[in-house]
Design a protein around this ligand. Structure first.
Ligand code: GAP
Length: 545
């Protein structure tokens, strides 16, 4: 049995409220425009968060584009980068299907008029206080007590869910419920029980879930396009409407031919891009997990259609292991293969689609999507060939096979903000034995600050030696020099920032040219020659020559 109280154990229950508080206090993540009350679905990164996110994006770029990767048939994987504009010709989004179909089903509350994603309503409900109270009254659903429900409606219900049918018209609402339960040998599911309490007009409109905000009745779900619109140029004319890109992928597809013509790449090869994407999410929630402005790290990997299975499986497995290599533990990660009915129409006959999911504190014990790996067939290249009028002329000529075709695509598409959030949640490690009460256990490659350099006292030449070492390490790494406060307080600050190593200059440094290195996770210390520190730190972070 793992010890659930052990620091760093994946079983320690982590509180999202405490994680958000630490992010704000230590400068990982702030609310966007906080001094004006913030803006829903937008977040800023502070100094530590900016370094962390940059380390994540850099590691992705290095491992995907710059370093040698060996593919499923033992050959080097060829990937080049692009950096495209956020606003593109609106025809791109017509061809990609985003103008016609990039929609979520939405419901509006008939009473408080709030708009929400229909598929989020149940999760939102289960988080409300009034739902939890009703769930207690429901017990096991075998026999509900109408009197108790009426009492709840007249007291707590009036305050917490004033527009719930049970509260507005208990007589009618309860009579539907009693009628439904009469003579039913099987217990009613909780969801149906709640729908009964929310539906006054069962005969006319059927059962609906209530609004999580006020208990009111929700309208029929309607599609809502998630793209942000803007105007290009000075004239406010519908002809000038453009969109902020909702994914980085399309910039890659529309540049496919340019990359083929201007470089030596040959199928199989990939094009990678990191950049902002915008979606007018109806219910942004769970901190940065679902934001309206976020960053993606996407690869479109172009292959011969006959090799889709091998490349799909290779990309899925490599991306899964990559997240582990930067510090997410395997017990908090899962690979979820999509069922056929979840797949986009063009992907139904393909090699598959899977999500790499992480167990965030707000999804636990379940998981939330971090990255999708999809076989998109030739849908996008074909769509752009058709819409741009190039048609069959846009087909790729494969010199080795002497064949013209639209390459198929395997797309590993990851979220940089979700990745950063997963790193933060994974790193957050309560530890009552430390002065800070918590430490951030980042993988050294991801840690925003790699080392803290502390003169033990602010005299006897120690600050000067410390500063020299600081300047030397700073040539390659983000390190901090700190000569203020007690050494315990300095360790505590670094623990909260997730700095893996603290290097102390003491009297022995002056006599024997050695320093003390304190390891964040174990708090153990070792002595090392000061001259050996730069190469040693490189090895810990993986930046040695
Ligand atoms: N080109 C494919 C595509 O965009 P997606 O599943 O919609 O696929 C890919 O998005 C990744 O982008 C997700 O796995 C997630 O990490 C990130 N992502 C999507 N919507 C997001 C949002 N509203 N906030 C933060 N990250 C988001």
């Amino acid at each position: 049995m793992p010890d659930a109280s052990a620091p760093g154990s994946p079983d320690v229950t982590k509180s999202m409220d405490q994680i958000v508080a630490l992010c704000r206090r230590r400068g990982f993540v702030f609310q966007s425009s906080e001094i004006y009350g913030g803006i829903n679905g937008f977040w800023d990164y502070g100094p530590l968060g900016t370094e962390l996110k940059r380390n994540l994006k850099n590691a992705w770029w290095q491992d995907v584009v710059q370093r040698e990767l060996i593919g499923p048939m033992g050959e080097p994987v060829d990937i080049v980068g692009v950096d495209c504009t956020i606003i593109m010709n609106p025809k791109v989004w017509e061809a990609s299907g985003h103008v016609g179909g990039f929609a979520d089903l939405m419901s509006t509350c008939r009473h408080c008029k709030k708009l929400m994603r229909t598929d989020h309503v149940w999760d939102m409900l289960t988080e409300t206080e009034w739902f939890k109270a009703l769930a207690e009254l429901y017990a096991d659903g075998a026999a509900v007590d109408s009197m108790q429900l009426k009492r709840w409606a007249d007291t707590k219900g009036k305050k917490l869910a004033p527009n719930l049918a049970l509260v507005r018209n208990p007589q009618v609402t309860l009579s539907w419920l009693v009628e439904r339960m009469a003579g039913q040998p099987v217990a009613m599911p909780l969801r149906e029980f709640l729908m009964h309490l929310a539906s006054e007009q069962v005969a006319a409109r059927g059962l609906t879930l209530p609004c999580p905000h006020c208990g009111g009745e929700l309208t029929e779900p309607k599609p809502f396009n998630l793209m942000f619109k803007t105007l290009v140029g000075a004239v406010e004319d519908p002809a000038n409407v453009a969109y902020l890109r909702p994914e980085t992928a399309q910039g890659i597809f529309v540049n496919f031919q340019n990359v083929v013509d201007s470089t030596r790449v040959k199928v199989p090869f990939g094009i990678a891009q990191v950049g902002k994407a915008f979606r007018n999410e109806v219910t942004p929630r769970n901190f940065t997990f679902r934001s309206r402005e976020f960053e993606q790290m996407e690869i479109e990997f172009f292959i011969h259609p006959g090799e889709a299975d091998a490349w799909y499986r290779w990309w899925r497995d490599w991306r899964f292991s990559w997240w582990q290599s930067i510090g997410l533990t395997s017990s908090n990660l899962t690979l979820r293969e999509h069922d056929r009915d979840e797949l986009a129409h063009y992907a139904k006959e393909g090699a598959g689609t899977s999500d790499i999911e992480y167990r965030f504190p707000f999804t636990a014990p379940g998981f939330g999507e971090l990255e999708g790996v999809a076989h998109r067939a030739d849908f996008d290249l074909r769509a752009h060939a058709t819409h741009s009028g190039k048609n069959d002329k846009a087909r790729y000529f494969d010199q080795v096979r002497n064949e013209r075709y639209f390459p198929h695509v395997i797309e590993p598409s990851a979220g940089a903000d979700r990745g950063t959030l997963a790193l933060i949640c994974e790193a957050y490690t309560p530890d009552a034995s430390r002065p800070s009460g918590v430490f951030m256990k980042f993988h050294p490659r991801m840690a925003p600050v790699k080392a803290g350099i502390f003169p033990l006292v602010n005299k006897d030449g120690m600050p000067e030696v410390g500063e020299r070492l600081y300047r030397q390490l700073r040539k390659k790494h983000v390190v901090e020099f700190d000569e203020k406060q007690s050494i315990g307080k300095r360790y505590a600050r670094m623990d909260e920032a997730g700095t893996p190593f603290c290097i102390t200059i003491d009297t022995d440094t002056l006599s024997a040219q050695t320093v003390t290195i304190r390891h964040r996770d174990t708090q153990q210390q070792e002595r090392m020659a000061i001259d050996a520190v730069p190469a040693w730190l490189d090895r810990q972070i993986g930046t040695e020559d």
